[in-house]
Design a binder for this molecule. Structure first.
Ligand SMILES: [Cu+2]
Length: 311
């Protein structure tokens, strides 16, 4: 059962800075601070006695070109939880603060895809996914609740547009204590239809020189096209793409601004310049339900321009 939305959570009493990292930073500080202490500047390095948190995956190798397609360098996301030690399966209060690349805390937001902020949460192995829309407090703090299904490390991404700015991405993380079960190995699953909520999605991937097209054909269980998809977040669907291992968040957008899809076909474009496995979650609204189709894409090298990075 969900606690009431206005549950009073004494954030000030349990300030805890959870390790965070941004894809373009080789090192990010993981540190704690006592209640009332001023925030530390994450970019100046770890506090004494706290080991540097080294970015995972391939960032260490070439400094990262992480957020392919994002319009601005990533911001950092400070993640506070209530309770301080989040446990799996319980509703956890999340309080998120965004600091932009110029080290300014973001306090004012403009709507982006009909919301002030989109929060995407995945577990390290990409076996868990959530897409939430936090409330924005007066001071710019983003607040929501989420039950993390399993122990393990989670990456949090906020898609947002600061007032007067451009679409941006903030990245943070938190760990849910306990024995983290390993995620199933990712295997490309686009050869067969993906079933969800009584519907099917056939996913076609077309790697072009400028972008990769990811096309969903939504049908019923008998392969008849669904003509009654409903708009969701200002488009006919929403797609999140994250690279396995490095956890780079890939900007993806609908191929057109149509507000209907009479043939059940919805296409997206994403920039996937490096070869590898990507997990994508295509979300569609049908009969007032949001259906999420998990897709594993295997992207070959040498199609899209790599922006000068060797691979
Ligand atoms: Cu959203």
């Amino acid at each position: 059962m969900n606690p009431p939305r206005d549950l009073h959570i004494p954030w000030r009493n349990l300030l805890r800075l959870i390790a965070f990292s941004a894809p373009l930073m080789l090192l990010a500080a993981g540190c704690s601070r006592p209640a009332g202490a001023p925030p530390k500047d994450s970019a100046t390095g770890p506090s004494p006695g706290v080991p540097a948190h080294v970015s995972h995956g391939e960032h260490g190798g070439h400094g990262g070109h992480g957020v392919a397609g994002a319009q601005a360098p990533p911001s950092t996301l400070r993640v506070l939880t209530a309770p301080e030690q989040p446990a799996a399966g319980e509703a956890i209060g999340l309080s998120l603060e965004i600091t932009d690349p110029a080290k300014t805390v973001v306090r004012r937001f403009e709507p982006l895809h009909e919301k002030l902020a989109h929060l995407i949460i995945v577990r390290d192995g990409l076996d868990e996914f959530a897409h939430l829309h936090p409330e924005v407090s007066e001071d710019g703090t983003l607040r929501t609740e989420h039950a993390f299904p399993k122990p393990g490390r989670y990456r949090l991404y906020v898609d947002y547009q600061p007032a007067g700015g451009v679409p941006s991405l903030a990245v943070g993380e938190l760990t849910v204590a306990g024995d983290a079960p390993p995620a199933p190995t990712l295997v490309a699953n686009t050869a067969a239809p993906i079933e969800e909520g009584g519907l099917r999605a056939k996913v076609e991937v077309d790697q072009g020189a400028a972008a990769t097209s990811i096309r969903f054909r939504i049908t019923d269980a008998d392969d008849r096209p669904i003509s009654t998809l409903q708009p969701y977040l200002g488009a006919m669907g929403h797609l999140v793409v994250i690279r396995a291992g490095s956890l780079d968040y890939v900007h993806a957008h609908p191929a057109n601004e149509a507000k209907e899809a009479p043939d059940g076909i919805v296409a997206f474009e994403a920039h996937l310049p490096s070869a590898g496995l990507y997990k994508a979650w295509g979300q569609f609204r049908h009969n007032d339900r949001i259906l999420t189709f998990p897709v594993v894409l295997e992207i070959a090298a040498g199609k899209e321009a790599t922006g000068g990075h060797p691979h």
